[in-house]
Design a protein around this ligand. Structure first.
Ligand SMILES: [Zn+2]
Length: 322
């Protein structure tokens, strides 16, 4: 067993804007993201187990995914959602009696790793440094602290498997990583988007929209056949479609910024109320962006017409500020 850490430079520390973190946690921890996910009905076992490559499996329950690799010398698990809970051990036992050696955290959110405490205490837990920072703040016994930390990239080699972990910026949360198995051509990216659906509320609650946009090219630079999201499984075509949506959204947000007249948009607003004036202006831009986006994407992705306005507003704010 070997864990190679190749740290190029110190990453952003964990002391980033606390309010963004708290907003993200509050939305993601307590709100079920499954409402745009194709149904993944668990069977009577309480979970669904799918083999997605030789020795690579996805365990699902109520739309949440965990992935694990059977390596010949132990098992590598990625994420442990509380919705699967202790059943993760049943799922692994279905296909192997090898012990769990590694657990990888895709990011810090509890709805994806809050079942980690059901794995053996000797499991090595691997995460990016910002994830460690968030988990220290959370002080949550359901999410044990990582034991192996990296900044930019690392590789887990165990038995016949190699798992490459890379941090390329916060598409969803600081510390979220790309998880790649080259021999299986599997890429796991959690909470970037869900195949078949548009990005989750407020562009997947990303703290940095340019990083979110960039993440699509980062994904497409991998040689993969299977895209394992936190919710659902897709292909490269799903990523390409989603990239087109985000690109169109950006164009429509830019159009709205250029074409909505401030004076016209705020003419009926009490000018002594700065918040009301700002809101009227942003609402007008958001409406223009959303109308164009809904027209282009109706019936192409689940969630269009529901979250389009949130995506537009977030993109407009980013284009003005980032
Ligand atoms: Zn999340």
């Amino acid at each position: 067993m070997r864990l190679n850490l190749s740290i190029n430079k110190a990453c952003k520390n964990g002391l980033f804007v606390a309010s963004i973190f708290l907003i993200c946690i509050s939305v993601v921890d307590f709100t079920n993201q499954n409402n745009i996910i194709r149904a993944q009905a668990p069977d009577e076992k309480g979970y669904e187990l799918r083999e997605i490559g030789g020795g690579a499996y996805v365990v699902s329950n109520t739309g949440y995914n965990s992935m694990f690799l059977v390596t010949g010398e132990g098992v590598i698990v990625v994420d442990a959602p509380p919705s699967i809970g202790v059943k993760i051990n049943d799922a692994i036992a279905e296909v192997t009696n090898e012990p769990v050696k590694f657990l990888v955290y895709s990011h810090a959110h509890k709805d994806h790793i809050g079942g980690a405490n059901v794995l053996p205490v000797e499991t090595e837990i691997v995460a990016q440094r910002d994830t460690l920072g968030f988990l220290k703040m959370a002080n949550d016994t359901d999410r044990p602290l990582p034991t192996q930390i990296f900044d930019n990239e690392t590789t887990i080699s165990l038995g016949n498997a190699t798992l490459q972990l890379f941090y390329g910026g916060p598409y969803h949360q600081n510390g979220n990583i790309f998880i790649y198995s080259p021999q299986h051509k599997i890429l796991m990216v959690v909470d970037q988007f869900s195949p078949g659906g548009m990005p989750w509320k407020h562009l997947a609650t990303t703290p940095h929209v340019p990083s979110y946009i960039q993440s699509y090219d980062q994904v497409l630079n991998y040689d993969f056949d299977t895209y394992v999201s936190g919710h659902g499984i897709g292909t490269k075509d799903d990523v390409i479609l989603e990239k087109q949506y985000v690109s169109d959204l950006k164009n429509n947000a830019r159009f709205a910024i250029s074409n909505v007249n401030f004076t016209e948009a705020t003419k009926n607003t009490d000018k002594s109320n700065n918040a009301a004036v700002t809101e009227a202006y942003f609402n007008a831009m958001t409406d223009v962006c959303a109308d164009r986006t809904n027209g282009n994407w109706k019936d192409k992705l689940q969630g269009v017409g529901v979250w389009t306005d949130e995506h537009c507003e977030k993109m407009i704010i980013s284009l003005r500020n980032d």
